[in-house]
Structures are given as structure tokens and as C-alpha cells.
Design a binder for this molecule. Structure first.
Ligand code: MLT
Length: 334
């Protein structure tokens, strides 16, 4: 090869290398710039019309506006939320599948002997969302009129009392489990695919008890369509200040709050996650969203918690918190 041909060849090789390397480095940026160019699915692990669904639908609209695409809520129900979690863990990490789940993400590893996903490994953590308190409810015509009467009643009538929940891994199940373990009784549990349908049956008198989030229950409590025996937070709730906490009624330290987080499949590009995180912050700062959540005693987390790190730490510490409690209570799903 003549010297000028050599030079030409090496120049050409260099140019190809530069082009390839700059393509590689700008490729994800181009993909993130184009994101989103089609509707985004926000998966919810419980029934439509329930508390998780309500939070998802509330944030989906302002998030979609910020992202410039529709955010469609899809309910993938069953097995206390684990079917939806499996679906999201296996989905393409392209930013078009997001996942809103509550603390069930942290209790599932202790409740299920075998899970097809690892909450600490198979997801990207976008941020914490809201904390939702719960109230222990009874059907309107249930014989017990307050918590003391309820305690006395379930001790004597445990065989015939039913308590509804949204399956193993749901917060309603965890709350019922803690109640039964503290009271030393085993009641008949009636699982649903979400507390939406469970609440309908409580209102219809088909089940006796339900520990449910305040998202949809406040109007029913205020209109005396259900009996409220106690709130599951350590402090009374501003919007339901006449209802004592379970802690102050003798169940010392009884505290269950359904904290929620937003997730994406592992491997979703960081630039895409940053856009979703921004949209989540916009949604949580939206005055209408805040007002609607406030009416239900739901707290939007401080913006310092709407981060990947905060959600991951929260999940980790809650897995460690609930694991021993659940194992001690001896609860397992099949
Ligand atoms: C639901 O959306 O139905 C609930 O979050 C279920 C639960 O965990 O109790």
C-alpha cells in the first residue's frame, strides 16, 4: 500500500470509530429526547374503583399533561398485587410501563414462600408518592358500637365474624392480620381483588369488618353508613378527629400506613426516569390533586422523598420491618 493510501485508510478507520462512538454516546439521549412518543401505561395491582386505583387516576392526568402523552391506568389484579408486580418486572424497560404500588411491595417477600420477582433488584425506583392512613370499619348493623365492644364481641363470636381484605400482600390483609394477632383470635377472612369490591360488600352487609384506607371511606364514615372502630395511625386524623386511634384504645404501637411508590422495570434509561420523576413532582404539587387527597386524609410526601434513593431506602427498611412481624404472626400465602 502506498503511503497516501495508508493515511487514507487510517483516516477512514478513525472517522468510522469517531462516528460510531459519538453515535453510541448520543443514542440514549436521542431516545430520551423522543420519549414519550406514545401513551404510557400505569399499572395498578388492585381493582378499579379502589384506593390504589384512585390515587393512580388522580396523578395520571397531570403526569400525562407534563409528559405530553396520555397516561392510561390499567388494573392487573390478583394474588394480593403480585401478578401486577410480576408483569411490571418482566416488561420492556422503555418508560412506557410504570407501576404504582403501596407497601405490599415490602410485605410480599415475607408473605409468599416463592415470588417470581425481587422487589430490591427488578425495578427502577422513581419516588415515594403518598402515605394513606387506614380505619378499621364494621358494617352498619354490626352489633359492636365501639372498639371495646368489638374486642369483646370477636372474642366470643370469632367463628362467625368475617373480615374482608384484598388478598395476601394487600394492606387490608396486613392490618387484619395484625389485629387478629394482637387480639389472639382467628377470624374468617374473605379475600377480594381490591378493597373497592370489599367496601361495596361491607356497605351491603355481606361481610362484617374491613380495615381500609381512607381514600374512599371518609364519606361513608361521616354518613354513618359504616362503623369506624379506630384509625391505624398513632395520631388522630384531622378530617376524622372524633375517631380514636387503635393505639389509644389499647393496641399500643398499632400503626399501619399505606405508603405508595412509583416504579419502572429495571433498566429503564436514567433520562427517561428523570422525565417521569419530574412529571410525578408536577402531579403531586398540583393544587387540585392536593385538595382531593387532603379531603381523604392522604398526605403527599415531602418533595425530598420523591426520589429514587428515598423510595429504595423506604422499601428496604419496610421489608426488614415487616418480615419479622409477618413471620411471627405465621401468615403465608400459597
Ligand atoms: C386497593 O387498591 O384495593 C387496596 O390498596 C387494597 C389493599 O391493599 O388493601
Amino acid at each position: 500500500m502506498k503511503p497516501h493510501q495508508k493515511l487514507h485508510t487510517s483516516l477512514l478507520t478513525g472517522l468510522i470509530a469517531i462516528a460510531a462512538s459519538s453515535y453510541l454516546s448520543i443514542a440514549p439521549v436521542i431516545a430520551a429526547d423522543a420519549y414519550p412518543n406514545k401513551p404510557i401505561t400505569l399499572v395498578v395491582p388492585f381493582s378499579a374503583g379502589g384506593p390504589t386505583d384512585a390515587v393512580a387516576r388522580l396523578i395520571a392526568v397531570p403526569m400525562g399533561k407534563d409528559l405530553g402523552q396520555t397516561v392510561i391506568v390499567e388494573n392487573t389484579v390478583g394474588a394480593g398485587g403480585t401478578i401486577a408486580t410480576t408483569r411490571v418486572a418482566r416488561a420492556a424497560p422503555d418508560g412506557y410501563i410504570l407501576y404504582l404500588h403501596h407497601m405490599g411491595m415490602a410485605t410480599a417477600p415475607a408473605l409468599y414462600k416463592k415470588l417470581p420477582f425481587d422487589p430490591m433488584k427488578d425495578f427502577e425506583y422513581i419516588g415515594q408518592v403518598v402515605d394513606v392512613p387506614m380505619v378499621l370499619l364494621g358494617r352498619k348493623n354490626f352489633p359492636a358500637n365501639n372498639f371495646k365492644e368489638l374486642e369483646a364481641y370477636i372474642k366470643v363470636n370469632k367463628e362467625k365474624v368475617t373480615i374482608a381484605n384484598a388478598g395476601p400482600g394487600s394492606v387490608s390483609q396486613l392490618c387484619g392480620l395484625l389485629l387478629m394477632s394482637r387480639e389472639g383470635v382467628e377470624l374468617t377472612t374473605v379475600p377480594y381483588k381490591g378493597t373497592g369490591p370489599a367496601l361495596t360488600d361491607l356497605l351491603g352487609g355481606q361481610v362484617d369488618l374491613l380495615c381500609d384506607q381512607t381514600t374512599q371511606t371518609v364519606p361513608y364514615i361521616k354518613d354513618n353508613l359504616v362503623k369506624a372502630y379506630g384509625v391505624t395511625t398513632l395520631k388522630r386524623l384531622p378530617g376524622l378527629s372524633n375517631i380514636p386511634t387503635l393505639d389509644e384504645q389499647g393496641l399500643k404501637g398499632f400503626e399501619v400506613k399505606a405508603w405508595h411508590g412509583l416504579y419502572a422495570p429495571k433498566g429503564t434509561p436514567p433520562e427517561v426516569l428523570a422525565k417521569i420523576n419530574k412529571a410525578l413532582r408536577v402531579a403531586l404539587n398540583n393544587p387540585e390533586v392536593k385538595a382531593r387527597l387532603g379531603e381523604s386524609n392522604i398526605e403527599v410526601v415531602p418533595m425530598s422523598k420523591v426520589t429514587s434513593e428515598s423510595l429504595k431506602n423506604q422499601l428496604d427498611s419496610e421489608i426488614n420491618k415487616w418480615g419479622p412481624v409477618i413471620r411471627k404472626a405465621g401468615a403465608y400465602a400459597d
